[in-house]
Design a protein. Structure first.
Length: 82
């Protein structure tokens, strides 16, 4: 099964079981995002991401250019608070 097919199935299952109020909030947020010009500024697949600086878990700045100088860079964002 293709990944896109799996994702579609997960979406259908989620929407069948999620509270209607939560779904409407999510759908409105999606409509707002599409209506904004934010999506026009996202790098396309295969294009390099712009340079950036983020803070690590200890509060230290991390520069993407310095990391990319060492090799390929993968960035992962975790939702939550610890």
């Amino acid at each position: 099964m293709r990944l896109q097919d799996k994702l579609h199935g997960l979406k259908q299952e989620f929407e069948a079981n999620a509270p209607k109020e939560a779904l409407e909030i999510m759908h409105q947020a999606t409509r707002d995002l599409v209506a904004s010009d934010l999506l026009d500024h996202i790098p396309s697949v295969g294009r390099p991401a712009p340079a950036f600086e983020l803070t690590d878990a200890s509060g230290n700045p991390v520069d993407s250019r310095k990391l990319q100088a060492k090799g390929p860079l993968v960035v992962t964002f975790y939702r939550g608070a610890w």
